[in-house]
Design a protein around this ligand. Structure first.
Ligand code: SF4
Length: 301
């Protein structure tokens, strides 16, 4: 039995609806500074919004790499943003990435700050083909994003980075995740967002609706006070309870995902849902987390 120190098999908090194939994950930082109202990881990690670097991370990464099977996919990061503000000070994501890639493994970055990744041109060029990026963009409206994700780079910056990464032939999936009723679910806005994403050169859209936990629901409705009652009704009265999360009623979730899929198809993008239980909506041969582009050779056009 392997005793992992810091690189661990991905555990989607036991969600029966997670369709991610097997991968590993490592978080160079504990907690996250982006401060997203809807963040799920904050329910599991103490002092989540007081991010700090992990101690002895490089020593532990090197030890774990001795046990990692050849050609593994490692996600940075499943429960914090690898390019959150601390990265500019400590550069741990860069250092950890080099160690992993030099050993012949592959990396999936999941981030709201792809502009910071772009600073690592050496990494992107040296390991092209072994890096894929999933960029979360919940709205194209910078003012709305400032409320939802107060410390993350604005969507306009993220979209620009998607374009630059795509031009460098780094495959990018964009996560429209979460979609929150009354906040970022306007069909016209979603249609425009998908178009902007396609124009920027992304290859895939992955989407998911907001799932309520007590702490993220409190944060969200403290900011969007006038929506408290309507959201409570949808999530806590009419919605479903699945493994620790309050979900929207299935019919609403299905309609939202079907709508975004329609826009994705119209723009020739692959589509997948995340933790919704609607795998029938996924484009064949498409992996929800965006790692399909580095797991095997698939048509990236
Ligand atoms: S970027 Fe991700 S991990 Fe960081 S606060 Fe936002 S949702 Fe949470």
């Amino acid at each position: 039995m392997i005793r992992w120190r810091i690189i661990r098999p991905f555990d989607p908090w036991q969600s029966p609806l997670c369709t991610c194939p097997f991968k590993y994950t490592v978080n160079p930082y504990t907690g996250c500074g982006h401060g997203c109202l809807y963040c799920y990881a904050s329910s599991y990690i103490k002092d989540f919004f007081r991010p700090r670097p992990k101690e002895n991370i490089l020593i532990n990464v090197r030890k774990d790499l001795q046990s990692l099977p050849k050609g593994s996919v490692v996600e940075l990061s499943a429960s914090s943003d690898p390019f959150q503000p601390l990265e500019e000070k400590y550069g741990l994501t860069y250092k950890v990435s080099r160690e992993i890639l030099l050993k012949g493994h592959k990396i999936l970055y999941t981030t709201k700050a792809p502009n910071i990744l772009l600073k690592y041109k050496d990494l992107l060029e040296e390991f092209r083909g072994k890096i894929a990026v999933a960029v979360t963009i919940t709205t194209f409206r910078d003012d709305l994003a400032k409320k939802l994700e107060p410390n993350a780079p604005p969507p306009s910056v993220r979209i620009d980075a998607v374009r630059k990464l795509s031009e460098m032939k780094i495959p990018v999936a964009v996560r429209i995740d979460p979609v929150i009723p009354y906040i970022n679910d306007d069909p016209k806005d979603l249609e425009e967002l998908v178009k902007i994403i396609a124009d920027a050169g992304a290859l895939q859209i992955t989407s998911s609706t907001y799932k309520a936990k007590p702490d993220n629901f409190r944060r969200l409705t403290d900011v969007f006070k006038d929506l408290r009652e309507k959201l409570y009704q949808l999530y806590y009265v009419e919605g479903e309870y699945i493994r620790g999360y309050r979900y929207l009623p299935k019919k609403i979730r299905y309609e939202l995902m079907t709508l975004i899929k329609k826009y994705a198809v119209e723009n020739n993008l692959r589509f997948a849902t995340c933790r919704e239980g609607f795998t029938e909506l996924n484009t064949p041969d498409t992996i929800c987390d965006g790692s399909g582009f580095i797991r095997r050779t698939i048509n990236k056009s």
